[in-house]
Design a protein around this ligand. Structure first.
Ligand SMILES: Nc1ncnc2c1ncn2[C@@H]1O[C@H](COP(=O)(O)OP(=O)(O)OP(=O)(O)O)[C@@H](O)[C@H]1O
Ligand SMILES: [Mg+2]
Length: 333
């Protein structure tokens, strides 16, 4: 069976009055069936843009410049919009960033869950409402709440509703974009537990997006670290925490408050994410990197395999030497 999701060299731009925003460049990662992958990086690094591109839901001024999004062996990039409808929500769905605050305040929650089911599954109203009740119970809310309005739910419960909606058509992959941001720590843990339970019970693959690495620590087997649209490092979550290779990951891990221990003030990485209209030359991280040397300002390090499953893009590590071109065969005269 092919890998569930294989993203290669995904490159996305936005056209704006101020110029072209190079939001994502050369993103490459895999998500296996039933696996949770984390996508981390500071605000503005291209996490949401990557997620929207996977769903083929980029805003009108965004476009995929190159690369492939192979889902069960089929590249979604050239798929026409009407065929995308058979994939979006049914095979792959998303809990949008901030979505729990965009439920319609004047419509009962049950109706908001049932309507997309009627639309995507062409189900009868009665069956759709029954499914909405089942979905609510799946995410830990009594079906007696189907007739309630969003304001009658807490933030954590509204997020559960959004997760229920993402599961409505039994997708194989769910993307959760900042699913616990703006929730308090206790509720964060409950939502993460819920996602983990759903992953196991429904054998779902997930992409969890967060600017906060600690959110991904217990949930994701693999993590991809993005900075200014580029992949800086990827590997097993535990390896990244215990032995971060890229200086950016080292900064993020240093900026990671230990949720188990006393709350120390995290040491932030000095400086800001650069403008993606005119990103820095060489390695995009060099202006903030305490190890940067001359080469980093001029050339861009390639994402290189350091050990099995661990990749980093940094000149501190040996770059893969190019395979020398094959010698030209000497033709007999
Ligand atoms: N529609 C758009 N038009 C122009 N630029 C955009 C658009 N959407 C996003 N961007 C830019 O693309 C870059 C990546 O943004 P994106 O929202 O993907 O980041 P993010 O990692 O999800 O950040 P956050 O953690 O704040 O959610 C940013 O520079 C952002 O300003
Ligand atoms: Mg985002």
């Amino acid at each position: 069976m092919p890998t569930l999701l294989e993203v290669r060299d995904l490159t996305i731009e936005f056209r704006t009055k101020a110029g072209i925003v190079h939001a994502v460049e050369g993103a490459s990662f895999n998500v296996e069936r039933g696996e949770a992958m984390g996508l981390a990086g500071e605000s503005g690094c291209g996490k949401t843009t990557t997620a929207l591109a996977l769903m083929r839901l980029l805003p009108y001024n965004g476009r995929i410049v190159r690369g492939s999004i192979s889902f069960e062996g089929r590249d979604l990039v050239p798929v026409p919009e009407d065929s995308m409808r058979a994939i979006r929500w049914k095979e792959m769905s998303i809990v949008f960033q901030g979505a729990m605050n965009s439920l319609n305040p004047v419509q009962r929650v049950g109706r908001q869950i049932a309507e997309p089911i009627m639309l995507h599954e062409e189900a009868e109203p009665e069956a759709s409402f029954k499914r909405a009740g089942d979905l609510l119970e799946l995410v830990g809310i009594s079906r007696n709440r189907l007739n309630d309005y969003p304001h009658e739910f807490s933030g954590g419960m509204r997020q559960r509703v959004m997760i229920a909606m993402a599961l409505a058509c039994n997708p194989k992959l769910v993307i959760a974009d900042e699913p616990v941001t703006a929730l308090d720590v206790m509720i964060q843990a409950q939502i993460l537990d819920l996602l983990e339970r759903l992953r196991r019970e429904l054998h779902l693959a997930m992409i969890l997006i967060s600017h906060d690495l600690s959110v991904l620590a217990d949930t994701c087997e693999q993590v991809t670290i993005m900075y200014a649209g580029k992949t800086m490092e990827s590997g097993k979550t535990m390896d990244l925490f215990t032995d971060p290779k890229h200086p950016y990951t080292q900064g993020l891990v240093g900026a990671f408050p230990d949720i188990r221990g006393p709350r120390n003030m995290p040491e932030a990485i000095p400086g800001d994410v650069p403008s993606l209209i005119s990103p820095p030359s060489g390695c995009v991280f060099h202006p903030r990197c305490k190890f940067a040397f001359d080469r980093c300002t001029k050339a861009e390090p390639a994402l290189t395999e350091l050990s099995v499953g661990r990749r980093a893009a940094c000149f501190l590590y040996p770059q893969v030497t190019e395979v020398p071109p094959r010698p030209i065969a000497i033709t007999e005269v």
